[in-house]
Design a protein around this ligand. Structure first.
Ligand SMILES: *Cc1c(COP(=O)(O)O)cnc(C)c1O
Length: 400
């Protein structure tokens, strides 16, 4: 039998070293629980960056996936399949948009939104050829393609990967005046995470998103919300933009859209915006395949049936309140919305990684983000009892 260290050695030998995972080798998952190759059990407090909001290996997803993969998995979009229309309808009805475009990974959906915004700009806003500009925020995370890293403010994401795609402007997150100054006649879109996940669950000041939305409307600029991580219930609303009653022109969705079963992403928007695509303009071999559609439909239905949005709102508030009561020498403050919480540590705490390693020892898996933030993002099916159980370990690690 192989042990943890054997798997790690093998992976380090043959796998490119582009991640720095915690040294736990997982082999099973049910709900919020994971098990490693040695039989140790853990609570998952990362939920695969919110892809597993429905919990690991949700029985309804497993069943639908098994049924469909025996029937038909991939047609390519050279032909039609019998599940894409149903997925498209259910996603649009649930989100309140007219049209959708399916892809696989989150980054592909971001690329889709960028292409749609640019083409919309040339055809509808009459921007001069090749002059379209998209404004993004400092501290953004939208994925890892060459174009997307072109507008990252994180040096490491770019180092060694140039030349970069032009046409992007970066403004400070939460600064409405900077946005106002950055907009010009060539601006086609403002793309934003309503809460920045990878940056450390950064919640902008109240009112910012609404002001940004108004500014966009006044200047004929599309508001594009990347809700790949913040969407589908994570913050206690279907979309985080709803906290400010903002309806973006385009929403980018991924991760929990498949409940972790399969890569499924999509962009939703009006028919004016997604209508810019003509046959041949854009596509993906796997995008919109019947297996993906069946899984995504079920993943969305689970969110509704199990009231995961309401659970996230309620339990998230409870969790955050309890964390704020900790008498900890390390915690600077805690922030978040719904079951998405950043525990921001003081500089003197020596970084978040060592706390994540101690939590691992206690059977809790979470991942540091940006050096000094512990991110809490369990599957939304977590119970209050399980939260209480985790709070005991969190308090031990953070207050001793
Ligand atoms: C994860 C993520 C992406 C990229 O999704 P991938 O599926 O990893 O390509 C983009 N934007 C946000 C906000 C994300 O959290």
């Amino acid at each position: 039998m192989k042990h943890t260290k054997d798997y790690i050695q093998l992976e380090n030998k043959y796998g490119a070293n582009n991640y720095k995972p915690l040294d736990v080798v997982l082999s099973k998952g049910t709900g919020i629980w994971l098990e490693d190759v040695e039989g140790n059990k853990y609570m998952d407090f990362l939920a695969s960056y919110s892809a597993v909001n429905q919990g690991h290996c949700h029985p309804r997803l497993v069943e639908k996936m098994q049924e469909q993969c025996k029937r038909l998995a991939l047609t390519s979009r050279a032909f039609r399949n019998d599940w894409l229309p149903i997925f498209a309808q259910e996603l649009c009805e649930m989100t309140g948009y007219e049209m959708m475009l399916p892809m696989n990974s989150g980054a592909e959906a971001v690329e889709t939104a960028i292409k749609a915004a640019r083409k919309w700009g040339y055809y509808n806003k009459k921007v001069a050829p090749n002059k379209a500009e998209i404004i993004v925020c400092e501290g953004n995370f939208h994925g890892r393609t060459t174009t997307i890293i072109s507008f990252s403010s994180e040096d490491q994401y770019k180092d060694g990967f140039g030349p970069f795609t032009p046409g992007f402007k970066i403004v400070p997150y939460g600064d409405i005046n900077a946005l106002k100054e950055a907009i010009n006649e060539n601006t086609v879109a403002f793309m934003i995470e309503p809460i920045q996940g990878e940056s450390g669950v950064v919640v902008p000041r109240e009112g910012y998103l609404k002001e940004a939305a108004d500014l966009c409307k006044e200047n004929k600029v599309l508001l594009v919300a990347d809700e790949i991580q913040s969407g589908l219930g994570r913050t206690g609303k279907l979309f985080a933009c709803e906290h400010e009653n903002v309806t973006p022109d385009m929403i980018i969705i991924g991760k929990a859209l498949s409940g972790g079963m399969y890569p499924v992403s999509a962009v939703v928007a009006s028919s004016e915006i997604l209508g810019v695509f003509n046959p041949g303009d854009h596509g993906s071999t796997y995008g919109g395949n019947p297996l993906a559609c069946v899984i995504a439909i079920e993943a969305l239905r689970i969110i509704k049936d199990e009231k995961l949005i309401e659970r996230s709102a309620e339990l998230g508030e409870y969790f955050l309140t309890k964390l704020k009561e900790f008498d900890s020498p390390y915690i600077d403050f805690c922030r978040g919305k719904g079951l998405w919480i950043g525990i921001v540590l003081k500089d003197s705490a020596g970084g978040a990684r060592r706390f994540c390693e101690q939590l691992l020892e206690k059977g809790i898996l979470c991942k540091e983000t940006h050096e000094n933030v512990i991110r809490i993002a369990p599957p939304l099916i977590i119970t209050k009892e399980e939260i209480d159980q985790a709070l005991v370990s969190l308090e031990e690690v953070l207050t001793k």
